[in-house]
Design a binder for this molecule. Structure first.
Ligand SMILES: N[C@@H](CCC[C@H](N)C(=O)O)C(=O)O
Length: 305
């Protein structure tokens, strides 16, 4: 381990993943263990650290700076998901991460959650409601929106250049609390040619950068009332990952928008790491909410040497 994590000797950690999107998890109920971005990057290093696409710190909402606002909105949102990308940068939200986060709280005995029950979780992207569902979890991600609302009516609002694609492609930028830019590709052969070891260039780039999804609508798009998409993702602050929950929601929202009326509410999004479910349904606030479902797996627990 590098010098930056020797300062964390004795700290307990866990490792978990959702469809191959993996995270280092730390329980810090009292909010005593704020990590520097160099320490987070060192912990997420796959050769010299534990390895992960991101790091999640579990803190009681009352012990974080903006905790009062969260608890005023919903006093039941006792836990806050403090999420960081592998390079140590902050993100507002992580769809796979919030399922793994709740599974971590449950397996650590920090919360009790029976099948069918839901838990309110504070995030930088607002309060999310996570329900335990069979083998996995379903998350009410709240409403999605366009990042460039004025331009989005044209069907695209930006251009994406990526290694392996000869010309820049039109794309649509969508927020799920965190930013996404979705590009539609023709088929799986084209999806395989995109080289995501290089960061795609997005113009105009959303203010805080963006995650980029390359999505292929299935042929036919709808089978048994379910829309089908395959996708790969380049995550802000990470690189290519095996899966991205908020990215799957953004890809489904963009594809549904492009396909127009008559498309289903339920979508299956196939990623290199597995399949995620995305459902669009009216929320308690009368707006259309996106629900993400998928597995959450704990793989290890340990103590930093
Ligand atoms: N993999 C996550 C998204 C993680 C954050 C992202 N890299 C960002 O910077 O916004 C997911 O499952 O949603």
């Amino acid at each position: 381990m590098t010098a930056t994590i020797t300062s964390l000797t004795g700290m307990r950690f866990a490792k978990g993943h959702g469809t191959g999107n993996d995270f280092v998890l730390i329980a810090d109920p009292g909010g005593m263990r704020e990590l520097a971005s160099e320490q987070i990057a060192a912990l997420c290093d796959r050769r010299r650290g534990i390895g992960g696409d991101g790091l999640i710190r579990a803190v009681r909402s009352r012990n974080i700076a903006d905790g009062t606002a969260i608890l005023e909105e919903n006093p039941a949102a006792e836990w806050f998901m403090d999420y960081y990308n592998a390079d140590g940068s902050l993100s507002e939200m992580c769809g796979n991460g919030v399922r793994v986060f709740v599974h971590f709280l449950v397996t650590q005995g920090l919360v009790a959650l029976e099948a069918g029950e839901k838990l309110a979780i504070g995030t930088r992207g607002g309060i999310k409601y996570v329900a335990r569902l069979g083998e996995g979890y379903q998350v009410d991600m709240g409403p999605w929106g366009f990042i460039f609302p004025e331009e989005s009516g044209q069907g695209s609002d930006s251009l994406v250049e990526a290694s392996g694609l000869e010309v820049a492609r039109p794309a649509l930028s969508i927020t799920l609390g965190n930013p996404h830019t979705v590009v539609a590709l023709a088929d799986l052969a084209e999806l395989a040619t995109v080289n995501l070891t290089l960061t795609p260039v997005v113009t105009p780039l959303p203010l805080h950068g963006t995650n980029v999804e390359f999505a292929v609508p299935a042929e036919p798009l709808v089978k048994d009332d379910v829309g089908h998409i395959s996708m790969r993702v380049h995550e802000r602050g990470v690189g290519e990952t095996l899966s991205c929950g908020t990215g799957a929601c953004a890809a489904a929202a963009a594809t549904r928008f492009w396909a127009g009326s008559g498309t289903p509410d339920l979508w299956a999004v196939a990623l290199p790491g597995g399949v995620l479910g995305v459902r669009f349904q009216p929320g308690p606030d009368g707006r259309e909410h996106v629900h993400l479902s998928g597995p959450a797996v704990m793989v290890a627990e340990g103590v930093l040497a």
